[in-house]
Design a protein around this ligand. Structure first.
Ligand code: IDP
Ligand code: MG
Length: 140
């Protein structure tokens, strides 16, 4: 099968940075064979987070999600590879870390902490359209 090289946005959320898991998460991305194109550590502004999570506005976890994402530094990666968008989502595992498959980032390193938003360590863009929009938002 022949595929195009894609790029995607990965965020290490404040829980991942605070728990010193940045290196472990990047190790998994690199071990899978994806290339690191750009990276930065930043404290995200509310306006950036509101745009990033616009699709979730109005949901019960929206405000806790924004507050969580503002609670400490985030590491942003631009990574590249064939089918990297779906490939990183597979590495990350499903949204709920309690039931995310063992072997995934969320399944191996995440858990439920009894708070209003799932602290699940990473974000990855979910489609070519969202990857383009999110990379422009976080890197341009
Ligand atoms: P994703 O990060 O797996 O793509 P989304 O549905 O896009 O999941 O949700 C964005 C983030 O909001 C999740 O990663 C998680 O931190 C949080 N979240 C999503 N659904 C829930 C929920 O039902 N309860 C609490 N937090 C949630
Ligand atoms: Mg999502």
């Amino acid at each position: 099968m022949s595929t195009q090289v894609e790029e995607t946005l990965v965020l290490i959320k404040p829980d991942g940075v605070a728990r010193n898991l940045t290196g472990e998460i990047l190790r998994r991305i690199e071990a899978k064979g994806y290339s690191l194109v750009d990276m930065k550590l930043l404290q995200a502004e509310r306006s950036l987070l509101a745009e990033h999570y616009a699709e979730h506005e109005g949901k019960p976890f929206y405000e806790p999600l924004i507050e969580f994402m503002e609670s400490g530094p985030i590491v942003a990666f631009r990574i590249a590879g064939n089918r990297v968008i779906e490939g990183f989502r597979a590495l990350a595992g499903t949204t709920d870390p309690t039931t995310a498959a063992p072997g995934t980032i969320r399944g191996d390193l995440g858990r439920d902490w009894g708070v209003k938003v799932q602290q699940n360590l990473v974000h990855g863009s979910d489609s070519p359209e969202s990857a383009a929009a999110e990379l422009a938002l976080w890197f341009d």
